[in-house]
Design a protein. Structure first.
Length: 551
């Protein structure tokens, strides 16, 4: 509680409702706000923080998030959930250049067991010479392999999780800076980073060697660059129109921000194909922002300028960069002749895309089979979750659950109870439920404001990371995929917080801020043990299972 209260005090000291039109509205072009007469008469604009102070506060919140992610990173000492695929793939890629098959069972301590058992205890050899059929592109596994390389190899459990942990910390930094750019308010930006730091899905996915954290941070970084492109475009358009109202608008289709975004989105797709949706949605939103900027700057034919001008030229730049970035993640497959299906075309003459050279034909066929796998996967699983339920965290994924023979840690407080350790990929319920509600409220606020471009920043992640899954309701999916939604769940909360800050009394603003920080902090403290495999009494674990669907 003291953490939340101290953090809230920093917020209160750093922010006040603005007088009349906020100072940052000029930068945010048309995010109309209102204030009460009392507020307008008694408050003055709050000067922005200096860049060193702003970055210092950002890094403090990121350091706090890093502690939650990195302390005890080697626990549990086990191959957790889909680490069985990605970690062992990464290890064999690091050693041989390509993922290799593993035997179904090995003899360990005189018993026939899964190779995961000796692997988790440092016996990390034993892979087969044959290439493995993998159904996701290789970039995320190369990132895990980089962590293995830098931290001493797979003999150290934390080594195969350090890359995802650092990705989670990077996401905190990016989200803070993105929120600050959207609302020009440091306290709200710090709230965004703090909520990211303490959320359960963010913590669990940062402490396990899975791929989805990489999708989230790469997509978030790309979106940050597109917002930076928008700010650059706005300055350019308004300056040009002011200098020559009757002149032609300057070029805003190309910027290095868009180049960086295209590359990051290609790498996102190089982790999982769901990155394709982020590329499509983000590009459309970026072009729509261009159109609105042409309109606001005062140029005629603003929609045509954006669609046929800026949009078409941007596509000519971004699509090739996106495709080349994705293909670059497959370099290992091309250069290793024993990679999976590398010589498929030679052994299947007359099949596939005939006009392609043999290696490219094999590559295309491999992708066709991957596509068939992803679109038809319907295997039964205890933790299968309908994508429509992800924002409400109705069916979280149990990554790990183990009874312990002794009573370490918190179990010592209940020596007669069974002792268990669990890793449950469950978001902080308050953050996810509040964020889902705030998304709907934010849409209503944006409609009332008319022309607040930031609502598309809030909705972008939902359009790209959630709605496309509605076409695969039959497919086996899991709630932990929702990590890609987490930044935008938090942005929805920030949108409503900013509205409260600028339209309500200071007392209500401070009470709301304190309540959000206090409740979310207490809930995260309560759930942290079952996010991080801390030994706890069985009754303590059961007290966290608020619904049958959480078990």
């Amino acid at each position: 509680m003291s953490i939340a209260r101290s953090f809230a005090n920093v917020m209160h000291a750093a922010t006040r409702p603005r007088h009349g039109r906020r100072a940052h509205d000029t930068a945010n072009d048309g995010a109309h706000t209102t204030t009460t007469a009392t507020t307008a008469a008694t408050t003055a604009p709050t000067p922005p923080l200096s860049a060193p102070v702003s970055w210092g506060l950002t890094l403090i919140v990121a350091f706090f998030g890093a502690l939650l992610r990195i302390v005890r990173l080697g626990e549990p000492r086990a191959v957790v959930f889909d680490e069985t695929y990605y970690v062992k793939d990464a290890w064999t890629m690091l050693n041989t250049g390509e993922p290799r098959d593993w035997p179904d069972s090995v003899v360990y301590d005189g018993a026939s067991v899964s190779p995961n058992i000796p692997f988790a205890h440092g016996d990390v050899g034993g892979w087969l010479s044959s290439a493995e059929y993998v159904v996701h592109p290789p970039f995320g596994k190369w990132l895990i392999a980089l962590g293995l390389k830098l931290c001493g190899g797979a003999q150290h459990v934390y080594a195969w999780r350090i890359a995802t942990a650092l990705a989670g910390v990077a996401a905190i930094v990016i989200l803070i800076r993105l929120t600050l750019r959207l609302w020009r308010n440091m306290p709200i930006a710090l709230v965004a980073g703090y909520l990211m730091a303490i959320d359960g899905v963010g913590i669990v996915l940062s402490r396990t060697g899975l791929l989805d954290n990489f999708i989230m941070v790469l997509a978030l970084g790309a979106f940050m660059l597109l917002v930076m492109h928008r700010d650059w475009s706005r300055r350019r358009l308004f300056a040009a129109h002011e200098a020559d109202p009757d002149g032609r608008p300057p070029q805003i289709a190309f910027s290095w921000y868009r180049v960086g975004a295209a590359i990051l989105l290609g790498l996102t797709t190089g982790v999982k194909w769901s990155g394709t949706y982020f590329f499509a949605v983000f590009c459309v939103i970026s072009v729509l922002w261009d159109a609105w900027l042409y309109h606001q700057a005062g140029y005629r034919h603003w929609f045509l300028n954006a669609g046929l001008g800026s949009g078409l030229l941007a596509a000519l730049v971004m699509i090739p960069l996106y495709a080349l970035s994705y293909l670059a993640t497959w370099i290992g497959w091309f250069i290793h002749p024993d990679s999976y299906m590398h010589d498929w075309a030679l052994s299947h003459p007359g099949q596939g895309v005939q006009w392609l050279p043999p290696t490219a034909r094999s590559f295309v066929e491999y992708h066709r089979q991957m596509w068939q796998f992803h679109t038809t996967l319907d295997a039964p699983h205890d933790y299968k979750a309908n994508p429509l339920t992800w924002p409400l965290q109705i069916r979280p994924t149990s990554f790990y659950w183990q009874k312990l023979g002794d009573h370490p840690g918190l179990c010592s407080l209940a020596p007669k109870s069974e002792c268990v350790a669990a890793v449950t990929s469950l978001g902080n319920p308050v953050i996810w439920w509040l964020g889902s509600l705030c998304t709907l409220v934010a849409i209503g606020i944006a409609i009332a404001k008319r022309g607040d471009w930031r609502i598309w920043a809030v909705l972008a992640g939902f359009f790209a990371g959630w709605l496309p899954w509605a076409q695969y309701l039959h497919r086996t999916t899991f709630t932990f995929y929702s990590i890609v939604l987490l930044p935008w769940i938090i942005l929805a909360i920030c949108y409503v917080l900013d509205w409260i800050r600028t339209t309500c009394s200071p007392t209500l603003w401070r009470a709301t801020l304190t309540a959000v920080l206090a409740v979310t902090t207490l809930v995260s403290i309560f759930f942290y043990p079952i996010w991080t495999a801390m030994p706890v009494p069985y009754e303590f674990w059961l007290s966290h299972m608020w619904f049958d669907s959480w078990i």
